[in-house]
Write a protein that binds this ligand. Sequence first.
Ligand SMILES: NC(=O)C1=CN([C@@H]2O[C@H](COP(=O)(O)OP(=O)(O)OC[C@H]3O[C@@H](n4cnc5c(N)ncnc54)[C@H](OP(=O)(O)O)[C@@H]3O)[C@@H](O)[C@H]2O)C=CC1
Ligand SMILES: Nc1nc(O)c(N)c(N[C@@H]2O[C@H](COP(=O)(O)O)[C@@H](O)[C@H]2O)n1
Length: 315
Amino acid sequence: MHDPLSLLLAGVELSSRQTDNSADTAPGPPSFLTTVLGSLPADDKPGTKPLPNLVPPDATRPWITLTFAQSLDAKIAGKGGKQLILSGDESMKMTHWMRTMHDGILIGVGTAVNDNPQLNVRHLPFPSQNTHLQHYHHPRPLILDPHLRTSPACKLIVNASKGAGIAPWIISARPPSADGFWASEGDVEKVQQWEARQDALCAAGATVVLVERETLHPDLPSTNTDLPLAAVLKTLRAQGIKSIMVEGGARVIQSFLSTAASEQLVDALIITVAPTFVGGDGISYVERLEDVPGIRHISTETLGKDVVVGLKVGS
Ligand SMILES: NC(=O)C1=CN([C@@H]2O[C@H](COP(=O)(O)OP(=O)(O)OC[C@H]3O[C@@H](n4cnc5c(N)ncnc54)[C@H](OP(=O)(O)O)[C@@H]3O)[C@@H](O)[C@H]2O)C=CC1
Ligand SMILES: Nc1nc(O)c(N)c(N[C@@H]2O[C@H](COP(=O)(O)O)[C@@H](O)[C@H]2O)n1
């Protein structure tokens, strides 16, 4: 039943991942990554600061690198959203180098709840002195979470409370006013529950960053609770976040790609393709990459068993 081939086809990791404890064996990011995104000035040790050259075309938003790992049949997760480790050791390490290059790392609450990720850089070589967290730049975790579904007991918050991670910012929006013309009795309760979740997250050490909902008809009740990406990015830029690595999941990738088809919102894409098939019941993103205007190939590299493709958008 669980022969190596079926496990491989299901995207299951076959060997245990080893953490490389030598800072000398892998002194810096793979050349593929520096070709696509750039590198730190020679005076700075690799991985210790976000890249200063990641500058967006205008000051209304941060630089956006959209990145994910997919199977040959373009799935990013298994049946029912089961988390799959698609990246091999080498491309996973590349992803961790990429994390050091950005001010923030953004995921949707679907990924936060489903994967309970750490979003740290633990696959990079340990420096001989100093702790991992002190040596490397760790990006600020950013979670798109309109209904505050993130658990106060998730790894991101617990790690930060132990001094072993950067506390996440939960990006949300206050629910529509409970005393407006369209409000119903249930709305009062919804607002109270949202406020209770906000208090619990803040008490656990997270920061809730509020975004104003932008709607064409502010007097009508909104059925779409997705946070407007342009407003999210503007808020984050105003809070000092100059570059963001967007790691998924499916709906967030879809939102960024569909918005990028009409306005420039994504600056670079780095896609890891693992030599495995997940099958028709796996989770995919449905937007078409070719619909993003100005998208162009920059570099491709084989890292272990995977192929990693780097693209850029705009000039
Ligand atoms: N292979 C890979 O590289 C990766 C794979 N994954 C996989 O992806 C899956 C999770 O994806 P998915 O369930 O789609 O969840 P997402 O992580 O994409 O989160 C989606 C949720 O984010 C909230 N949200 C707020 N604003 C927006 C917006 N503008 N656009 C989209 N979402 C918004 C919504 O929350 P609400 O519902 O509360 O309104 C929405 O349901 C998991 O299976 C995970 O393992 C994740 C990352 C990388
Ligand atoms: N690069 C990459 N390859 C995969 O195979 C993946 N499944 C992911 N997933 C993303 O990484 C998060 C997990 O991060 P930690 O290992 O907990 O630090 C996961 O939530 C996805 O965002 N990425």
